[in-house]
Ligand binder design. Structure first.
Ligand code: C5P
Length: 205
Protein backbone atom coordinates (compact mmCIF):
# COMPACT_ATOMS: atom_id res chain seq x y z
CA UNK A 1 0.00 0.00 0.00
CA UNK A 2 1.39 3.40 -1.01
CA UNK A 3 -0.04 6.52 0.65
CA UNK A 4 0.76 9.96 -0.81
CA UNK A 5 0.32 13.03 1.40
CA UNK A 6 0.86 16.39 -0.28
CA UNK A 7 0.16 19.96 0.72
CA UNK A 8 1.64 23.40 1.34
CA UNK A 9 4.01 24.36 4.11
CA UNK A 10 2.69 24.19 7.69
CA UNK A 11 -0.54 22.48 6.62
CA UNK A 12 -0.10 19.60 9.05
CA UNK A 13 0.71 17.08 6.33
CA UNK A 14 3.78 15.78 8.17
CA UNK A 15 1.74 15.09 11.32
CA UNK A 16 -0.89 13.29 9.27
CA UNK A 17 1.71 11.27 7.34
CA UNK A 18 3.41 10.12 10.55
CA UNK A 19 0.06 9.21 12.13
CA UNK A 20 -0.96 7.20 9.06
CA UNK A 21 2.38 5.39 9.05
CA UNK A 22 2.01 4.48 12.73
CA UNK A 23 -1.61 3.37 12.28
CA UNK A 24 -0.97 1.17 9.23
CA UNK A 25 2.51 0.00 10.29
CA UNK A 26 4.27 1.53 7.28
CA UNK A 27 7.62 3.33 6.93
CA UNK A 28 7.33 7.08 6.29
CA UNK A 29 9.51 9.49 4.30
CA UNK A 30 9.35 13.25 4.78
CA UNK A 31 10.56 14.20 1.29
CA UNK A 32 10.87 17.87 2.29
CA UNK A 33 13.91 16.82 4.33
CA UNK A 34 15.75 15.84 1.13
CA UNK A 35 15.18 19.30 -0.37
CA UNK A 36 16.11 20.89 2.95
CA UNK A 37 19.38 18.91 2.96
CA UNK A 38 20.17 20.14 -0.56
CA UNK A 39 19.39 23.75 0.40
CA UNK A 40 21.48 23.53 3.55
CA UNK A 41 24.40 21.80 1.80
CA UNK A 42 24.35 24.53 -0.86
CA UNK A 43 24.79 27.08 1.91
CA UNK A 44 27.57 25.05 3.57
CA UNK A 45 29.33 24.99 0.18
CA UNK A 46 28.94 28.80 -0.09
CA UNK A 47 26.89 28.20 -3.23
CA UNK A 48 23.91 30.15 -4.56
CA UNK A 49 20.57 28.31 -4.06
CA UNK A 50 19.16 30.06 -7.13
CA UNK A 51 21.99 28.67 -9.30
CA UNK A 52 21.09 25.25 -10.75
CA UNK A 53 24.70 24.00 -10.88
CA UNK A 54 25.45 24.96 -7.28
CA UNK A 55 22.24 23.31 -6.08
CA UNK A 56 22.85 20.17 -8.16
CA UNK A 57 26.36 19.80 -6.69
CA UNK A 58 24.77 19.88 -3.21
CA UNK A 59 22.58 16.85 -4.04
CA UNK A 60 25.63 14.77 -3.06
CA UNK A 61 25.04 15.66 0.60
CA UNK A 62 26.10 13.00 3.15
CA UNK A 63 23.24 10.91 4.60
CA UNK A 64 24.23 12.05 8.10
CA UNK A 65 23.06 15.56 7.15
CA UNK A 66 19.46 14.30 7.25
CA UNK A 67 19.71 14.15 11.06
CA UNK A 68 21.04 17.69 11.45
CA UNK A 69 18.66 19.85 13.56
CA UNK A 70 19.51 22.80 11.28
CA UNK A 71 17.33 21.19 8.60
CA UNK A 72 14.29 22.10 10.71
CA UNK A 73 15.04 25.83 10.72
CA UNK A 74 12.61 28.10 8.88
CA UNK A 75 15.56 29.56 6.99
CA UNK A 76 16.42 26.07 5.71
CA UNK A 77 12.82 25.62 4.53
CA UNK A 78 13.19 28.77 2.46
CA UNK A 79 16.49 27.53 1.00
CA UNK A 80 14.75 24.23 0.18
CA UNK A 81 11.97 25.96 -1.70
CA UNK A 82 14.59 27.81 -3.79
CA UNK A 83 16.72 24.78 -4.73
CA UNK A 84 13.60 22.67 -5.39
CA UNK A 85 12.72 24.88 -8.39
CA UNK A 86 15.63 23.46 -10.43
CA UNK A 87 14.56 20.45 -12.56
CA UNK A 88 18.07 18.94 -12.21
CA UNK A 89 17.69 18.89 -8.42
CA UNK A 90 14.26 17.25 -8.65
CA UNK A 91 15.68 14.66 -11.08
CA UNK A 92 18.60 13.92 -8.74
CA UNK A 93 16.25 13.22 -5.82
CA UNK A 94 13.64 11.36 -7.88
CA UNK A 95 14.86 7.74 -7.75
CA UNK A 96 15.48 7.74 -4.01
CA UNK A 97 11.83 8.71 -3.42
CA UNK A 98 10.45 6.27 -6.01
CA UNK A 99 12.46 3.41 -4.45
CA UNK A 100 11.13 4.31 -1.00
CA UNK A 101 7.55 4.39 -2.31
CA UNK A 102 7.85 1.04 -4.06
CA UNK A 103 9.51 -0.95 -1.30
CA UNK A 104 7.81 -4.27 -0.51
CA UNK A 105 4.98 -3.75 1.97
CA UNK A 106 4.38 -0.16 0.98
CA UNK A 107 5.11 3.26 2.43
CA UNK A 108 3.77 6.69 3.32
CA UNK A 109 5.47 9.72 1.72
CA UNK A 110 4.73 13.37 2.31
CA UNK A 111 5.74 16.28 0.13
CA UNK A 112 4.49 18.43 -2.73
CA UNK A 113 4.49 16.10 -5.76
CA UNK A 114 4.05 12.61 -4.33
CA UNK A 115 0.57 11.99 -5.75
CA UNK A 116 1.38 13.68 -9.07
CA UNK A 117 4.99 12.70 -9.91
CA UNK A 118 6.67 10.33 -7.43
CA UNK A 119 3.80 7.84 -6.91
CA UNK A 120 0.98 8.66 -9.35
CA UNK A 121 -0.18 5.04 -8.83
CA UNK A 122 -0.50 5.46 -5.03
CA UNK A 123 -3.41 3.57 -3.45
CA UNK A 124 -4.52 6.58 -1.40
CA UNK A 125 -3.74 10.25 -1.97
CA UNK A 126 -4.44 13.13 0.38
CA UNK A 127 -4.00 16.83 -0.22
CA UNK A 128 -3.79 18.52 3.17
CA UNK A 129 -4.32 22.25 3.34
CA UNK A 130 -5.47 25.18 5.50
CA UNK A 131 -5.69 28.93 4.93
CA UNK A 132 -2.34 30.78 4.90
CA UNK A 133 -3.46 32.73 7.98
CA UNK A 134 -4.23 29.58 9.97
CA UNK A 135 -0.98 27.93 8.88
CA UNK A 136 0.91 31.07 9.91
CA UNK A 137 -0.90 31.16 13.26
CA UNK A 138 0.07 27.56 14.03
CA UNK A 139 3.65 27.93 12.77
CA UNK A 140 4.06 31.16 14.73
CA UNK A 141 2.80 29.55 17.97
CA UNK A 142 5.06 26.56 17.44
CA UNK A 143 8.11 28.81 16.84
CA UNK A 144 7.39 30.92 19.92
CA UNK A 145 7.10 27.66 21.89
CA UNK A 146 10.60 26.76 20.72
CA UNK A 147 11.86 30.15 21.86
CA UNK A 148 12.29 31.59 18.34
CA UNK A 149 11.60 35.32 18.33
CA UNK A 150 9.55 36.07 15.24
CA UNK A 151 6.43 38.08 14.43
CA UNK A 152 3.22 36.62 13.03
CA UNK A 153 3.52 38.96 10.03
CA UNK A 154 7.01 37.67 9.21
CA UNK A 155 5.79 34.05 9.38
CA UNK A 156 2.77 34.86 7.17
CA UNK A 157 5.00 36.62 4.62
CA UNK A 158 7.32 33.60 4.49
CA UNK A 159 4.35 31.24 4.00
CA UNK A 160 3.05 33.37 1.11
CA UNK A 161 6.52 33.42 -0.48
CA UNK A 162 6.93 29.64 -0.19
CA UNK A 163 3.41 28.98 -1.50
CA UNK A 164 4.13 31.19 -4.51
CA UNK A 165 7.40 29.37 -5.27
CA UNK A 166 5.92 25.89 -4.71
CA UNK A 167 2.79 26.44 -6.82
CA UNK A 168 4.41 28.68 -9.44
CA UNK A 169 7.37 26.55 -10.54
CA UNK A 170 7.09 24.82 -13.90
CA UNK A 171 8.56 21.46 -12.85
CA UNK A 172 6.30 19.44 -10.50
CA UNK A 173 4.40 22.39 -9.01
CA UNK A 174 2.35 21.91 -5.87
CA UNK A 175 -1.14 20.93 -6.92
CA UNK A 176 -3.80 18.46 -5.85
CA UNK A 177 -3.89 15.24 -7.89
CA UNK A 178 -7.35 14.78 -9.41
CA UNK A 179 -7.90 11.64 -7.32
CA UNK A 180 -6.61 13.07 -4.02
CA UNK A 181 -8.87 13.69 -1.03
CA UNK A 182 -8.88 17.40 -0.16
CA UNK A 183 -8.43 17.56 3.60
CA UNK A 184 -8.95 21.15 4.75
CA UNK A 185 -7.43 21.44 8.19
CA UNK A 186 -8.41 25.07 8.82
CA UNK A 187 -11.08 24.33 11.39
CA UNK A 188 -10.07 20.78 12.36
CA UNK A 189 -7.95 20.10 15.39
CA UNK A 190 -4.99 17.71 15.19
CA UNK A 191 -6.91 14.55 16.17
CA UNK A 192 -9.91 15.27 13.92
CA UNK A 193 -7.57 15.69 10.93
CA UNK A 194 -5.82 12.41 11.71
CA UNK A 195 -9.13 10.54 12.15
CA UNK A 196 -10.42 11.83 8.80
CA UNK A 197 -7.20 10.76 7.08
CA UNK A 198 -7.26 7.27 8.61
CA UNK A 199 -10.93 6.79 7.66
CA UNK A 200 -10.17 7.80 4.07
CA UNK A 201 -7.18 5.46 3.71
CA UNK A 202 -9.02 2.58 5.37
CA UNK A 203 -11.75 2.99 2.78
CA UNK A 204 -9.22 2.74 -0.06
CA UNK A 205 -7.59 -0.54 0.99
O1 C5P B 1 7.79 20.04 3.44
P1 C5P B 1 8.87 21.04 3.75
O2 C5P B 1 8.36 22.37 4.17
O3 C5P B 1 9.92 20.50 4.65
O4 C5P B 1 9.60 21.27 2.33
C1 C5P B 1 10.54 22.29 2.15
C2 C5P B 1 10.52 22.73 0.70
O5 C5P B 1 10.99 21.67 -0.13
C3 C5P B 1 9.14 23.07 0.17
O6 C5P B 1 8.79 24.43 0.36
C4 C5P B 1 9.24 22.72 -1.31
O7 C5P B 1 9.71 23.83 -2.06
C5 C5P B 1 10.29 21.64 -1.36
N1 C5P B 1 9.69 20.32 -1.58
C6 C5P B 1 9.41 19.95 -2.88
N2 C5P B 1 8.91 18.71 -3.15
C7 C5P B 1 8.69 17.84 -2.16
C8 C5P B 1 8.94 18.22 -0.81
C9 C5P B 1 9.43 19.47 -0.55
O8 C5P B 1 9.60 20.74 -3.80
N3 C5P B 1 8.22 16.63 -2.45
Amino acid sequence: MIVAVDGPTASGKGTIARALAAHFGLPVLDTGLLYRAVGYQTQLDHGDPDDADDALAACDFPDSLLNDPALRYESTGSLASRVSIHPAVRAALFQRQVDFANQPGGAVLDGRDIGTVIAPHADAKLFVTATPEERARRRHAEMLGRGVEVTYDAVLADIHARDARDTGRTDAPLRRAADALLLDNTTLDRDAGIMAAIAFVEDKV
